[in-house]
Design a protein around this ligand. Structure first.
Ligand code: V07
Length: 253
């Protein structure tokens, strides 16, 4: 916790504001293709700029003390895009870590992945596993990439796993709880997101963290992901701070 105002009367107000920093922010990084098209650039240029935004937002999240940042990088539906575009997208993890690893280490960021990474091209998988390994002892921001991720598939896999536990007599049907389901998801080690941000104007969750977003605040911003600046991010966090979080009618504030 920050202690700047510890001995002054202002303390409680300022600290209260800082306490409202969300622990877990999830982002649907939409609008890269649209950003490129509106500038008469190829779509892959939009994805490249999107990756630069990933670096900037990671640094800011880390400096603000956000603990978990989950980014939707590639969905199970994205395979249907043109082969050239898919190939380029699959080169981005490697491109990103080539240039960004020293800063990730400096900022004590721990890289993690959710999704079916076994299905990724070998080079992509190696780049990702390498980054996970290099940063595994870092204790700061958890930077979680959703790669080849689909929430319905994640839930189906969890159901299969639970059914098998029942068949194996490790679990009784009557003992299945929300906690047990949560522990079978890719996100079992993370708290649910406090805030979901989607850029570029669409107001949908598009098969992202359907179970985990049950109580999250949603914020839809108009700007495309490559245009999502520090100012936009701070604005989003400010909106989050202004909202009361209610759990089933109980106001926890
Ligand atoms: C991708 C850039 C950001 C906008 C959204 C689509 C394009 C970073 C990664 C990444 C993923 C895993 C990892 C390290 C980096 C990435 C894809 C696309 C497929 F371990 N950006 N980015 N991966 N875009």
């Amino acid at each position: 916790m920050f202690n700047f105002f510890k001995n002054s009367k202002k303390a409680s107000i300022e600290e209260k504001n800082l306490i409202k920093i969300p622990k877990h922010v999830a982002i649907i990084m939409d609008g890269n293709g649209r950003w490129a098209k509106s500038r008469n650039l190829p779509r892959i240029k939009g994805h490249y700029e999107g990756m630069q935004t990933v670096k900037k937002i990671t640094k800011i999240a880390s400096s603000l003390g956000i603990e978990y940042l989950t980014l939707y990088a590639f969905s199970t539906e994205n395979w249907s895009r043109p082969t050239r575009e898919v190939n380029y997208l699959m080169s981005l993890p490697e491109k990103m870590f080539d240039s960004f690893m020293p800063e990730l280490m400096e900022n004590n960021v721990k890289v993690q992945v959710i999704g079916d990474i076994d299905k990724l091209p070998i080079n992509t998988k190696m780049a990702v596993n390498n980054a996970i390994k290099k940063t595994e002892n870092n204790t700061g921001l958890k930077l979680i990439f959703a790669l080849n991720y689909g929430s319905k598939k994640e839930i189906v896999d969890a159901i299969k796993n639970i059914a098998q536990d029942c068949i194996d007599n490790k679990l009784l049907v009557d003992s299945i709880t929300e906690e047990i389901v949560s522990k079978k998801l890719y996100t079992k080690d993370y708290p649910d997101p406090d805030l979901l941000i989607r850029t570029s104007g669409e107001q949908r969750v598009s098969n992202f963290l359907l179970w985990q977003l049950a109580y999250s605040e949603f914020l839809f911003v108009d700007c495309a992901w490559p245009d999502f600046t520090e100012k936009e991010f701070r604005k989003a966090l400010f909106y989050y701070q202004m909202r009361d979080r209610r759990y089933g009618g109980l106001n926890e504030n």
